[in-house]
Ligand binder design. Structure first.
Ligand code: AMP
Ligand code: GLY
Length: 424
């Protein structure tokens, strides 16, 4: 099977790594990929989706997997399908679940899926009236895609009104904030739950936890995610069952009934409050860094999961996961998440410890390679060190041993990834 992966991050690298160890896969392309994905396959520099679809047709690509949300919202899946190509991901219409928070919240409400009480509005007066009825803190969200920055948790009602005003005036997020969602704050713990869906059937992956804040003890600014682990002991059969009955099934049924069957990754941002799961948000792709800890837990061939899902045949597949744990620690560049950083050469010490070498690896993200083959950190989240083990502690220790082998000027990482699991 020939596979094309769209994207350039650690998420796409980890999907590539899973496909690389799959005997059914003979060739992998990345578009655009990064300075390390060229070790797993071939990088392409084709930016136009039509040209990319032409390439896929010409080269006989059997399956295209889309990593990030932007191409999905832009309709890459529709375009590939028009040309008769097999592609894993939702249509542009279905991708609205992530592309518009208002669409998502109204969908949840229509189908009785548990979520925070909210209003959607384009009027500051209406927003203010609703804010007056809520207890602080209060959550204000821009409707459109804001690269993960469109959510403000206001500690007081006054600040909530200010946040709403900033968004509605266009000052904070431009057009993406012309409509907003105001909602009640849910106080619990967060899970990232992923279901790979084929329109009707689905496979639920081991529940993960992300660490969104930059610093230890969940302090500092929000980031794309500084580390993740799975499976988390904070989820039990009861929560899986509730998610299945109250969230996943009604979502797939609802999307089908509304004429936009959902194929791809349904990423459920879940808040568990007193044992009850609520949906904070949907994304229509894998989380990053969650994907980097989930792919190594996949026991079945990755091509089977993605191909069967893309062709509506998940019911035939028996997808299995290793009965192990994975912990991923993100190493970011110096000025992340505030700004760009000078390129810095990455040195990874040779790992002599056999057990560590066999149970850990790096997924590369913000890296480039020079002509001599040297690898450079080019900013943002640079790479993620993944450790595997029979317990979360063992997996975490291995991830941090690997972190100790990686050097570049300005590197930063959290030292407490998986803390909630270790305290549980
Ligand atoms: P979102 O992009 O909607 O997932 O929001 C980003 C983050 O804001 C989430 O991961 C939560 O930590 C937090 N958040 C969003 N909505 C709520 C809410 N209603 N109550 C508490 N925290 C929230
Ligand atoms: N790690 C969260 C996300 O990818 O949105």
């Amino acid at each position: 099977m020939k596979v094309l992966i769209v994207g350039s991050g650690g998420r796409e690298y980890s999907i590539g790594l899973a496909l690389k160890r799959d005997e059914a896969v003979e060739k992998i392309w990345f578009s655009p990929g990064n300075g390390a994905t060229d070790q797993l396959g071939e990088n392409l520099s084709i930016t136009d989706y039509r040209d990319l679809a032409d390439f896929a047709q010409r080269e006989g690509v059997d399956l295209t997997i889309v990593g990030p949300e932007a191409p999905l919202v832009d309709g890459i899946v529709d375009l590939f399908k028009e040309k008769g190509l097999t592609i894993f991901g939702p249509s542009a219409q279905a991708a609205q679940l992530e592309g518009s928070k208002i669409f998502m919240k109204n969908f949840l409400a229509r189908h009785g899926i548990p979520t925070a009480r909210y209003i959607e509005t384009g009027s500051l007066q209406e927003a203010t009236q609703f804010i007056e009825t809520l207890e602080a803190p209060i959550v204000v969200k821009a409707d459109g895609l804001c690269a993960g920055k469109g959510v403000i948790i206001a500690p007081t009602r006054e600040e909530a009104v200010q946040a709403a005003q900033g968004m509605l005036s266009g000052e904070s997020f431009g057009e993406a904030g012309s409509k907003i969602v105001v909602e009640e704050f849910l106080d619990g713990y967060e899970l990232s739950v992923f279901a790979v869906c084929d329109g009707k059937d689905y496979v639920v992956l081991p529940a993960a936890q992300d660490h969104k804040r930059l610093l230890n003890n969940d302090k500092g600014p929000n980031t794309g995610g500084m580390g993740a682990y799975a499976p988390t002991p904070l989820v039990n059969e009861e929560i899986y069952r509730k998610l299945d009955e109250r969230v996943i099934r009604p979502t797939l049924k609802g999307m089908e009934a509304e004429g936009m069957p959902f194929t791809g990754v349904l990423f459920m941002g879940v808040m568990v409050v007193k044992g009850e799961p609520y949906i904070l948000e949907y994304n229509v792709r894998f989380g990053d860094p969650e994907c980097e800890v989930l792919m190594p837990l996949l026991k079945s061939p990755a091509s089977e999961l993605f191909y069967k899902a893309a062709t509506g045949r998940l019911a035939e597949a028996k997808i299995e996961f290793h009965d192990r744990y994975a912990v991923g620690v993100v190493m970011a560049s110096k000025n992340y998440p505030y700004g760009s950083s000078e390129p810095a050469e990455i040195i990874v010490d040779e790992i002599h410890h056999e057990e560590l070498a066999a149970n850990s690896h790096i997924s590369y993200a913000g890296v480039s390679r020079d002509e001599e083959g040297r690898l450079y950190a080019t900013g943002g989240r640079v790479l993620i060190c993944v450790g595997l083990g029979e317990s979360i502690r063992e997996a975490r220790d291995r991830a941090y041993m690997l972190v100790g082998q990686v050097h570049f000027v300005g590197k930063q990482c959290r030292t407490d990834i998986a803390w909630q699991a270790l305290e549980a």
